[in-house]
Ligand binder design. Structure first.
Ligand code: GAL
Length: 706
């Protein structure tokens, strides 16, 4: 056996590689679901690390400080293509070889990234055609990032080459445990009107319409405004405001194309990585627009990553609820996720700088992230860069490398995570209330014809906040997901209802669920054209009522339309529908004003053991606030724990054999509450049934009984 192999084997024995469970391909039980635990079997805690920004100079000190903070993993190299391939075809991985080896020798494993978010200058000089172009025809330039088109065939070829070179170089490195593809696809730029995009668009359309241009013409209704096409090559990329309103069907297919093409670009890399070393774990850090993470893109990964920066919410009173919503939405895509980048200090770029987290805030945020479905966390970043666009994106350490209170807080949290982290793995977040969101078609169809009404995600977020503030266990669930375990499911205002969802919704209602649907549900088909059926379209048999009139409310205060909810008259601000129940349904609420006074505003139908409520307006704002207590009554919901004081968040993660209660004090003052008896994994102490938490204090109680 060669000496190198012997050393490698000895190192593996010393530091067993992080273990990951079966990959999605190998295990069909791993279909995307909000209830799916990740396949991470060994908790990762660490940082994004940049030897390329000079951290190599303090590597040993850094590694010692990381170890002292309990860390075991770093992520590297996502913007270092120019260093690793300084000239075309000449590779130099020495900087990362040394970093990986020296960190590995101290027990810190590495996740590498394909560096395609920032191609080197020699490449854009040689092939300027790979640059992205925006909808106004402006060509992107070198000097920031994400300036190359992931649709471009030349760029795809260079992406495959650097991926292959890196993969082959690190195939047998025992410290390299996995890969992140690229970096935050679509973070700054998602639209693409380059010549590469034009070419791929034709490929996409031919695939989608099986080479039948007639099928495209029918699906898009191209008879309108002389749009009919005779060949795919003639179909333009739809560009808004050039000059005016677009065809919604054409437009939604363009958004689907963006998702399809980025998934293909990623797949090139995933195929090379998996073929080179099947043991590697593969991830990506999202979450951004125009990517369907439930689709091919997410299914190609082992675990989806979500980068968490709660301080983008400047109002600290809203920060925790926004964070809870964003995390729940992240989990809805494919299940438990991990966090490749987590806020660790105030972030700053050209025209903004976050609040510096006050003492205890980082730790609080970290526990919220874990509570809502994260199975591992890396902080962004280790030390603040001294140069570049993010020279004030503050990491765990300041520019001067002096460990101060942020490091102390991270180290304290790290010690706790040695108990909490392993206990989380294999558990899922248990919820009673599901709000539908994160559906690619509905999110983006809204953009194609919004009438300036709130988006589906905005309404869902508003409702989520109302349930969250009242202490109910609420999450986000896609209508294609399993609904088992939910007591209440709200699909706010999905215009596109996939007919395949309807029998499942009905079966769940029959078994006792309460389903709530908002205005405009089911008004469109999957091509994004209006249906000719009576409304609410495919949902009408289940709802048992018909929408006979509808309208937009542009200045609702001038011509107020109010509906009765819980004995009060509540102003509807966005949209009204007049409902007439069919046999078997009854009016649940009536309009109280103007020409609609006395007509149906909401209907209810009993179906099996459950019921279906259809509300003829948007479920946000005053309507959302007023309706939540009514829905609580209808679905007989109880808060997760009784008597929890305002400002304390409770989340339950569980598996067959364990229950973990996250208790997170979001306020600055101490709080006393009754909790289930068990062991608090944060303090390592037993808790009888009462817990006193200081301001921003946290506990994770492993209950005595599952
Ligand atoms: C993320 C990105 C990182 C860094 C960080 C702070 O969006 O992935 O590369 O830019 O934000 O801005």
């Amino acid at each position: 056996m060669k000496k190198r192999t012997l050393i490698a084997l000895a190192l593996i024995a010393l530091f067993p590689p992080l273990v990951f469970g079966a990959t999605p391909e190998a295990d069909s039980s791993r279909a995307p679901s909000h209830l799916r635990p990740s396949n991470i079997e060994s908790f990762m805690w660490g940082v994004a690390y940049y030897p390329d920004h000079g951290e190599i100079l303090t590597l040993d000190l850094d590694a010692d400080r990381m170890k002292a903070a309990g860390m075991n993993t770093v992520r590297m190299a996502e913007f270092a293509w120019d260093l690793m391939e300084p000239q075309e075809g000449k590779f130099d991985f020495s900087l990362f070889d040394e970093t990986i080896a020296r960190l590995g020798a101290k027990g810190i494993r590495s996740i590498l990234c394909t560096p395609t978010a920032a191609p080197p200058r020699w490449l854009t000089v040689k092939h300027p055609e790979i640059l992205r172009v925006d909808s106004q025809g402006v060509v992107m330039s070198h000097g920031s990032r994400q300036h190359a088109s992931t649709c471009n065939e030349v760029f795809r070829e260079y992406s495959r080459r650097i991926t292959r070179a890196m993969a082959e170089h690190y195939r047998d490195n025992p410290h390299v445990i996995g890969w992140q593809t690229d970096n935050e696809f679509h973070c700054h730029f998602s639209q693409d009107y380059s010549s590469g995009a034009e070419k791929q668009w034709v490929v996409f359309l031919k695939e989608k319409f099986r080479d039948d241009i007639g099928a495209l013409n029918r699906a898009w209704g191209t008879a309108f405004w002389a749009q009919s096409y005779t060949k795919f090559e003639d179909v333009p990329l739809p560009a808004a405001k050039r000059p005016t309103h677009l065809n919604p069907a054409h437009h939604l297919d363009y958004f689907r194309f963006l998702s399809w093409s980025v998934a293909r670009f990623q797949r090139d890399q995933v195929e090379i990585l998996r073929a080179t070393q099947p043991k590697w774990w593969i991830t990506h850090n999202g979450l951004f627009d125009y990517i369907d993470y439930r689709g091919q893109f997410g299914q190609d990964l082992d675990t989806l990553g979500y980068d968490v920066y709660p301080n983008f919410t400047y109002d600290d009173k809203l920060r925790a609820s926004h964070q809870a919503w964003a995390l729940d939405a992240a989990r809805a895509w494919t299940g438990n996720f991990w966090i490749p980048e987590h806020q660790s200090g105030p972030g700053g770029q050209t025209d903004y700088m976050h609040d510096n987290p006050e003492p205890g805030e980082l730790r609080r945020m970290l526990y919220s992230s874990l509570a809502h479905g994260a199975d591992s966390v890396l902080l962004f970043r280790w030390r603040t860069a001294r140069f570049g666009a993010e020279e004030y994106w503050c990491g765990v350490l300041d520019h001067d490398n002096v460990p101060r209170r942020r490091y102390e807080e991270v180290a304290k949290t790290g010690a706790e995570l040695s108990r909490v982290g392993p206990a989380l793995l294999g558990t899922h977040v248990a919820i009673d209330v599901g709000i539908a969101a994160t559906d690619f078609n509905n999110t983006h169809a809204h953009e194609t014809l919004s009438f300036k009404t709130p988006s589906t995600d905005l309404v869902a977020a508003d409702l989520h906040r109302n349930f969250w503030n009242a202490g109910y266990s609420v999450g986000v669930v896609h209508p294609g997901d399993v609904l088992d375990g939910l007591k209440l499911y709200v699909v706010p205002n999905f215009t596109l209802i996939d007919p395949a969802w309807v029998p499942k919704l009905e079966a769940w209602v029959r078994a006792g669920g309460v389903l709530v649907l908002g205005a405009r549900s089911g008004t469109k088909d999957m091509d994004n054209n209006v249906v000719t059926d009576l409304l609410p379209g495919v949902l009408r048999p289940l709802v048992g009522a018909t929408v006979v009139e509808y309208g937009r409310q542009n200045i609702p205060d001038a011509r107020p339309l109010e509906m009765e909810i819980g004995g009060k008259s509540v102003l509807s601000r966005e949209w009204y529908e007049q409902l007439e129940p069919d046999a078997g349904a009854e009016i649940w609420s009536r309009w109280t004003t103007r020409h609609q006074a006395g007509s149906g505003a909401a209907t209810i139908r009993k179906v099996g053991k459950g019921s279906v409520l259809y509300v003829g307006t948007y479920l946000n704002g005053a309507v959302g606030k007023a309706i939540v207590p009514e829905l609580v009554r209808l679905a007989q919901l109880a808060p997760l724990l009784p008597g929890v004081p305002q400002g304390v968040e409770i989340v339950r993660r569980e598996s067959k054999d364990k229950t973990l209660w996250f208790v997170i004090n979001q306020t600055d003052e101490s709080r006393l509450l009754k909790v289930p008896a068990g062991r608090d994994l944060v303090s390592g102490q037993d808790v009888a049934d009462e817990l006193k938490l200081p301001g921003r204090g946290v506990a994770v109680i492993q209950a005595k009984r599952p």
